[in-house]
Design a protein. Structure first.
Length: 211
């Protein structure tokens, strides 16, 4: 396995590493069709964009976000991992950590997708990481419950999870009022007569979105 990984890696470790990569790819695949529905549901339901265009548009901007981001959020999530498992990620305990958090996140994502429940894959991954940290503290000798979990980072993350919906609600409400006022002013200014039915038509709830 040396030629494949460029280092001194045993056969078992190499197999575990390949399995870990496949699980990571699987999580990203599930994350794609799971969170895309959350991202584009509003614009498809309101007929603002066709379903195919909304999905492609969302995928392009997600890719651009990954390429242009500084990785701050990713490093923030990484800080939640138990330090001793991160330092020994190539050990059996390290692989167990990776397998556990990815498999549990995949199961939760597939389950919520199957039952049509809107849920965030990022929140799922955060919960899996904290769960792994708590389980590690219970199973490791000489540890008390909760050891190894970065509770300061957990508190910051939970605060962000609680505050972000409120910020999103307030900002979207303000933008809606602003756009409604702007649209009304534009219609009054325009010489042509534009009916609201032409700007928005309520979708048929008994039919799926059209492509």
């Amino acid at each position: 396995m040396d030629s494949l990984f460029g280092g001194d890696v045993s056969l078992i470790s190499g197999i575990f590493l390949i399995v870990a990569l496949l699980l990571a790819f699987s999580f990203e695949f599930v994350n794609g069709f799971h969170d895309t529905a959350n991202a584009v549901a509003t614009v498809i339901y309101t007929n603002a964009l066709p379903a195919w265009f909304a999905v492609v548009w969302s995928g392009c901007w997600n890719l651009i976000g990954v390429l242009l981001s500084a990785g701050t959020v990713a490093f923030g999530i990484l800080a939640l991992l138990p330090v001793e498992l991160v330092l020994n990620v190539g050990s059996g305990a390290g692989f167990a950590m990776v397998f556990s958090l990815l498999i549990s996140a995949i199961i939760w994502n597939v389950g919520t997708w199957y039952f049509g429940l809107p849920a965030s894959s990022s929140h799922t991954l955060i919960g899996s990481i904290v769960g792994v940290g708590l389980a590690n503290s219970v199973m490791s000798a000489g540890h008390t419950f909760g050891d190894g979990v970065n509770w300061g980072k957990v508190q910051d993350t939970l605060t962000a999870l609680l505050v972000s919906p409120v910020v999103g609600f307030v900002c979207s409400a303000l933008l809606l009022l602003l756009f409604k006022a702007g649209s009304a002013a534009l219609l009054r200014w325009s010489a042509g007569r534009i009916h609201s039915e032409e700007l928005y038509t309520e979708p048929n709830k008994s039919k799926p979105p059209t492509l």
